[in-house]
Design a protein around this ligand. Structure first.
Ligand code: ZN
Ligand code: ZN
Length: 216
């Protein structure tokens, strides 16, 4: 289906009258930052081993982002067909390499994860892992993990949103956003989307696995 037809259909049928893109953005931002700040507040005299949780969690999150995107988001698996539909059949049709920008904040619905997914991620993954770290190691390790995981998630959301902002937006003009956006734009080419640039934030695992591709 053509992008313009798909966009019209999606906006008419999937974005409710009461949907607010700004509200969606604020919910994600405030929820994540609240958890991060509460965790930081309770960290006490962490030792260097506990601080190591931060880079390890960051790398693990970057790996999970890569594997999740390369796998179920672009290859239909029966159990995860909803995420395949949302990503490959919707996000990648709504935005293509030639039509990367959203037209209004209502289009944020097609970029940001639904709030329910954030709650699922928090309750189903982040808190259980933090609980295990608390149990087998220390409070600091658990808090550092939770803070890094949520900060990573929020950073991912902010970056992905920035790639789909109009080019004249001041955020789009930041050098780091320009180069990361270029990688994501290449990934939005339907012919390349199953081959390159699966990291949406920092292309660490794309470089490691040889799927990094910067168009000239
Ligand atoms: Zn995108
Ligand atoms: Zn993709």
């Amino acid at each position: 289906m053509e992008t313009s037809t798909f966009r019209k259909d999606y906006r008419d049928n999937e974005i409710g009258q009461n949907y607010s893109g700004i509200g969606h953005f604020l919910f994600t931002t405030i929820a994540c930052l609240s958890v991060v700040f509460v965790c930081i507040y309770f960290i006490e005299n962490a030792n260097w081993k506990e601080w190591l949780v931060v880079p390890i969690t960051f790398l693990y999150a970057n790996f999970a982002e890569y594997i999740g995107h390369k796998g179920p988001l672009h290859h239909r698996k029966e159990k995860l067909k909803k995420v395949f539909k949302r990503h490959t059949l919707e996000h990648h049709v709504f935005f293509t390499e030639n039509e990367m920008k959203c037209d209004s904040t209502r289009d944020f619905k097609m970029i940001l994860f639904p709030p329910v997914l954030l709650i699922f991620f928090l309750l189903g993954f982040a808190i259980p892992v933090a609980a295990v770290l608390f149990w087998i190691w220390s409070t600091n390790a658990a808090l550092l993990f939770l803070a890094t995981a949520l900060a990573y998630f929020l950073n991912y959301e902010w970056l992905h949103l920035s790639y789909h902002l109009p080019e004249e937006h001041f955020i789009s003009k930041l050098p780091i956003i320009q180069s990361l956006r270029k990688l994501h734009q290449t990934h939005h080419n339907p012919k390349l989307m199953t081959k390159y640039n699966f990291n949406i934030s920092y292309p660490i695992f794309d470089k490691i696995f040889g799927t990094y591709f910067m168009e000239k």
